[in-house]
Ligand binder design. Structure first.
Ligand code: ADP
Ligand code: MG
Length: 349
């Protein structure tokens, strides 16, 4: 499961930090289950006061954030919005508004590869509460679902939101966890914390340093051999990281694996990409960006990376032998593991 993967990745790095600095405990990690996944807060031991009860504060904030945005709570603002799709509009609280604003920005930026109205397809393929289909979904069913997909049919105005077709389903699974991490970071900083890392199901953001001599560092997993780390990334103050992969959440239909990220332009689960790890200035952007790049692939994806403030990416295509492709912007903070030779994606200007 993803939470295990990323937590272990973070802890592996933290363990290295602890091992290197026996002067005092450099970091303290506290984890909890929330939003259908696992979260943790790692407090650094550098200068600045730690915040007492920071994990509890984050847990509260994540729950507060989840209640309006969850597809799994029938009384959530999101479910009310989906239920009123067609007639609309419904009032949107600030968290739903902020998520939708960012979702629309990524919808435009990616030409619809990132599309939060992909919900009917996500469910049809057996994710986000849908039943795993017994056989490959037929073209007819996909055509029908596609008629209800399209981010441009979300109307957001003056605190109200409307879905312009009936039976649309907005699924914020590709963005809401990152957004919640940002909310928590803001809260901890408001309370005076300066050195910490928050991880929510693989969506991470860090501030300060774990100890004065080192930056926060995370490991990028090998999607084909998840115990192996293919490289490490040093994270500067405020940087967010997210990973989208095909190896943790998937269904098997007629013996074939289908990943949980759907290409809204075709209606089919994405093939060809094993993992994408991204950096961005906020965790919400990183979350949306990793899902976007997973759909777009390298060639189209690099253009989107270039449009994001402090955007960077590591792509691992779904083919063997292992290939690791990086954008130039990440080369100064990415250190490849032994035997890994990253290829730099050169883009034409
Ligand atoms: P995870 O949720 O496992 O961290 P991602 O951040 O990549 O992984 O988000 C995948 C989730 O995003 C899916 O489970 C689904 O809820 C939603 N989703 C799937 N395809 C798309 C898409 N093309 N655009 C936006 N959201 C998507
Ligand atoms: Mg994402």
């Amino acid at each position: 499961m993803k939470q295990v993967r990323i937590t272990v990745a973070a802890m592996t790095m933290v363990a290295i930090l602890l091992g290197g600095g026996c002067r005092r405990a450099a970091t303290q990690e506290e984890g909890f289950a929330v939003m259908g996944t696992y979260a943790s807060v790692v407090a650094g031991g550098g200068e600045g006061p730690p915040v007492a009860g920071d994990a509890r504060i984050c847990e509260e904030k994540m729950l507060e954030n989840d209640s309006p945005l969850s597809l799994f709570r029938t009384d959530s603002e999101l479910c009310r919005l989906d239920a009123r799709s067609g007639p609309g509009p419904v009032r949107a609280g600030r968290h739903l508004q902020a998520n939708l604003e960012l979702a629309l920005r990524f919808g435009t930026l990616t030409g619809g590869a990132f599309d939060v109205t992909v919900g009917p397809l996500v469910k049809m393929w057996g994710f986000s509460g849908g039943q795993t289909p017994a056989e490959r979904v037929s073209r007819d069913r996909i055509e029908e679902a596609l008629r209800r997909v399209g981010y441009s049919r979300i109307r957001l105005q003056g605190g109200e939101v409307c879905l312009e077709a009936t039976n649309m389903v907005v699924d914020l699974g590709g963005i809401a966890k990152g957004y919640a991490v940002d909310v928590c970071c803001d809260e901890l900083r408001r309370r005076g914390a300066r050195n910490f890392l928050i991880n929510l199901g693989g969506n991470m953001r860090c501030f300060g340093r774990p100890e004065s001599t080192r930056p926060w560092q995370i490991g990028v997993r090998n999607p084909f051999q998840q115990a192996q780390i293919i490289g490490k990334v040093d994270l500067e103050d405020g940087v967010a990281v997210a990973t989208s992969g095909n190896y943790e959440r998937f269904v098997v239909i007629e013996g074939k694996r289908y990943a949980h990220i759907i290409d809204p332009r075709t209606g089919f689960p994405v093939e060809g990409m094993a993992g994408v790890t991204v950096l961005a200035a906020t965790a919400a952007e990183a979350d949306a960006l990793s899902t976007s790049l997973f759909v777009l692939g390298m060639k189209e994806g690099v253009k989107v990376v270039a449009a994001i403030t402090n955007g960077a990416a590591v792509f691992i295509p779904d083919r063997k032998p292992l290939e690791v492709w990086v954008v130039p912007a990440i080369t100064n903070v990415f250190r490849a593991g032994a035997g890994i030779v990253p290829q730099i994606i050169v883009t034409a200007h």
